[in-house]
Design a protein around this ligand. Structure first.
Ligand code: HEM
Length: 420
């Protein structure tokens, strides 16, 4: 749908790959994305990702009720440091409020079968109508004047980042621009994709982990036993710790409530194929039903139960075709380019949350009763597991803020600057 809206061909996320030229360009853009967040790069991002996650634990000590906002700040900050060499320290930073609002409205347009009818799918010509006349496009289509497009915002922020001392992905893109003949809109999109694809997805996954901790408290006991034994209380867990149960716990978070329930980008075969008696014509839109795959009783019995033991050598384990045991990040040449970054950050953050806190039922101030857990609007109470842990969170949080100070920088721009 985004390709139809006219903003797609400059962005690998929505690009058609019907012709050889389109496929070659897609490969270039994908390669450039890997050079920012691919498996080889992820190690370089580890230190500040870990520090931002320590800041989340630190912030939870003072404003635990704002845990979703802390997760959003964390996820946005990590991709902002990568993309623009600057951190997001304030939850009111426009990069959080405006970009997440934009992503929310993008989901309104893009999530198939969310509403019916999908007007632009039923009448594709509607996607060609300029935004000012097309409320159904939620502002994602063609602007009347291209200089007012959101792309100018990210291009300008990337230019700003290109001047900054710290190495960052925007600097890399400007360096590579002549070699790949990058159009400014491609630079803008490559930088923006880190935020668009990486912020909301990562923070929602952490919110899912909290829901699991609250709704299935029995799964925390084995985690605490492992963390007490291997990590102790005077430091928080790190990637070097061997924590098999914790790893299984995070895998189960990815499986249990995967962020992209029907995959992400639509895939299409480059040639017609026959599979299991089905004819799949060339160019046909294919969407992987991640929800159904992750809730198939054959691989995941009692699928709505959060159960990390599925990923351990126990009687709850079933064979699964994928090596990792889940399909949360899609597959094939369009699979999530930020998978390793997301897995690393989710592991660090969830392990630290479980190590540091009890997640208990929130109490209704009026009635004094526990607020029951509701999967759509749940609220919880975070309490540090004990005094030594509380002090460790404080010490590590303050140290992390010192280490992150080199990324403190303001931007002069907001989305609003470009829509006046
Ligand atoms: C828990 C966090 C995340 C989840 C669950 C997730 C999931 C996904 C999924 C399902 C897709 C579509 C895959 C397909 O069509 O087969 C995707 C695409 C993508 N993701 Fe992620 N993602 C996450 C985090 C990130 C992060 C942190 C980044 C980068 C900073 C990122 C960058 C991308 C990009 C660039 C694409 C488009 C790839 C393409 O079309 O070639 N993602 N992601």
């Amino acid at each position: 749908m985004f390709a139809e809206l006219g903003v797609g061909q400059m962005n690998l996320l929505h690009k058609y790959t019907y012709t050889r030229e389109q496929r070659e360009r897609f490969r270039d853009l994908r390669k450039l994305t890997h050079q920012g967040v691919g498996v080889q790069q992820v190690q370089r991002h580890r230190e500040f990702q870990d520090n931002e996650s320590k800041v989340v634990a630190y912030d939870l000590l003072t404003t635990p009720e704002n845990y979703v906002t802390h997760f959003e700040r964390y996820a946005t900050s990590v991709v902002c440091i990568i993309g623009f060499g600057r951190r997001v320290s304030d939850v009111k930073d426009p990069l959080i409020t405006e970009v997440l609002a934009f992503m929310q409205s993008a989901a309104e347009v893009a999530v198939i079968a969310k509403d019916f009818p999908r007007v632009m799918e039923s009448f594709p010509w509607l996607s060609k109508v300029p935004n000012c006349l097309a409320p159904w496009a939620y502002g994602h289509g063609k602007a009347t004047k291209s200089r007012h497009s959101r792309n100018d915002f990210f291009y300008t922020v990337a230019q700003e980042a290109n001047q900054c001392v710290e190495e960052n992905y925007s600097k890399f893109l400007f360096r590579e621009a002549p070699k790949y003949n990058l159009h400014p809109q491609e630079i803008s999109n490559l930088a923006a994709n880190l935020l668009g694809a990486g912020a909301d997805t990562s923070s929602s996954t952490l919110a899912t982990a909290v829901l699991a901790m609250r709704a299935f408290p029995e799964t925390l006991q084995p985690a605490w036993e492992e963390l007490n034994r291997i990590v102790g209380k005077s430091r928080s867990p790190s990637l070097e710790d061997d924590l098999p149960y914790m790893r299984a716990f995070v895998k189960e978070v990815f499986r249990w409530r995967s962020v992209a329930v029907i995959g992400g980008t639509a895939h299409a075969p480059t040639q017609s194929d026959c599979w299991n008696g089905y004819f799949i014509p060339k160019g046909c839109w294919i969407q992987g039903n991640v929800w159904a795959i992750h809730h198939n009783e054959r691989e995941f019995p009692d699928p709505d139960r959060f159960n990390p033991r599925r990923f351990l050598d126990t009687e709850d384990r079933r064979p699964f075709p994928g090596e990792k045991g889940y399909m949360t990040f899609g597959w094939g040449r369009r699979s999530c380019a930020g998978q390793y970054l997301a897995e690393q950050g989710t592991y660090l953050s969830v392990a630290r949350l479980v190590w540091g806190f009890r997640v208990e039922p929130a109490i209704d101030e009026k009635t004094g009763e526990e607020i029951p857990v509701d999967i759509f609007a749940y609220t919880v109470k975070f309490t540090p597991r004990d005094e030594t842990i509380l002090q460790t969170i404080q010490r590590e949080g303050e140290r992390a803020l010192d280490d992150l100070a080199k990324y403190e920088r303001e931007t002069k721009y907001t989305f609003g600057t470009f829509s006046k």
